[in-house]
Design a protein around this ligand. Structure first.
Ligand SMILES: Cc1cc2nc3c(=O)[nH]c(=O)nc-3n(C[C@H](O)[C@H](O)[C@H](O)COP(=O)(O)O)c2cc1C
Length: 265
């Protein structure tokens, strides 16, 4: 897959066509969710498909999303982070991005929804829909416009020079240096990873054939963003025939930045 193909339709979709997901597509969604769930340890994360989205979305108005602004969608996936350790959160978010990839492949758009932003009884509501608990939801459906053509642009992102450093945090790395290493495109695209409130807490240090990922400690849940960003980094690297997997290892803290792990490049 080309890098730009990985990203062409990978952005938050908040408006969906009014129609329900067809039975055939819902069957595929169930298969996607089950396949991902079977790969991850159920003691870390549990995904639940909510196929009757209308009542669910309505019941969560004022109780989920940024400041209680719930995204209306024909269906949702609830993410229950069973194990709240860094590994649990990281694994859950990484797995949710795998689900999103599956949804994109069958033409469905999606958006993450925080259940942690407001504390107004959201958990009680979801329990009424047979979900034990959830920290995040994924709203999904048929996007209003054909994805990637003439619809909502990506939210703004920081420049490569603001997030990528050489050998140590804070030491600038020029685009020319990244070009020499063949990593300029990788970092151009990795910036498009989604993050809650678009906070973009990730930073990268390129050092001797490896990329170390750091997260800015915003006091919030940066392990979720770490799992998402690691998925982007790894998948984009795969499009460049870099076969390695991101290795999660929290080793140090540098000021407000936490070391999360690394990828060999
Ligand atoms: C963990 C997480 C939680 C999010 N929660 C919400 C939310 O509650 N409501 C919302 O409208 N968008 C939510 N988003 C979407 C982000 O705002 C969006 O990804 C970011 O602004 C970047 O925009 P883009 O995906 O369109 O490029 C969330 C994203 C993440 C990764």
């Amino acid at each position: 897959m080309l890098m730009r193909n990985f990203l062409s339709s990978r952005k938050s979709i908040r408006e969906f066509k009014g129609k329900n997901i067809s039975g055939k597509d819902m069957q595929k969604v169930q298969e996607i969710v089950s396949a991902v769930q079977n790969k991850v340890d159920g003691n870390l994360v549990q995904f639940t498909l909510i196929d009757e989205g209308k009542g669910f979305g309505k019941a969560l108005e004022g109780k989920a999303g940024y400041a209680g602004v719930m995204i209306k969608a024909p269906a949702y996936i609830a993410m229950d982070i069973v194990d709240a350790s860094p590994k649990g959160q990281f694994t859950a978010a990484y797995a949710m991005e795998e689900i999103i990839t599956g949804l994109i492949e069958i033409g469905l758009g999606s958006c993450w929804i925080s259940l942690t932003d407001v504390h107004a009884g959201g958990q009680e509501v979801i329990q009424g829909f047979n979900v034990h608990k959830a920290e995040y939801l994924l709203a999904f459906g048929y996007p209003m416009n054909t994805m990637g053509i003439g619809d909502t642009p990506y939210s703004s992102r920081m420049g490569v020079e603001d997030i990528v450093y050489k050998e140590r945090l804070g030491n600038p790395m020029t685009v020319e240096e990244l070009e020499t290493l063949g990593l300029d495109d990788l970092f151009y695209y990795v910036r498009f990873a989604p993050s809650a409130h678009n906070e973009q807490p990730w930073r990268y240090v390129v050092n001797n054939g490896r990329v170390d990922m750091y997260m800015k400690d915003t006091g919030k849940n940066y392990w979720i963003e770490a799992g998402i960003a690691a998925y982007y980094l790894e998948q984009l690297a795969h499009t460049m025939s870099i076969p390695h997997r991101f290795v999660l290892e929290e080793t140090s803290t540098e000021g407000e930045y936490k070391h999360i792990g690394s990828l060999q490049v």
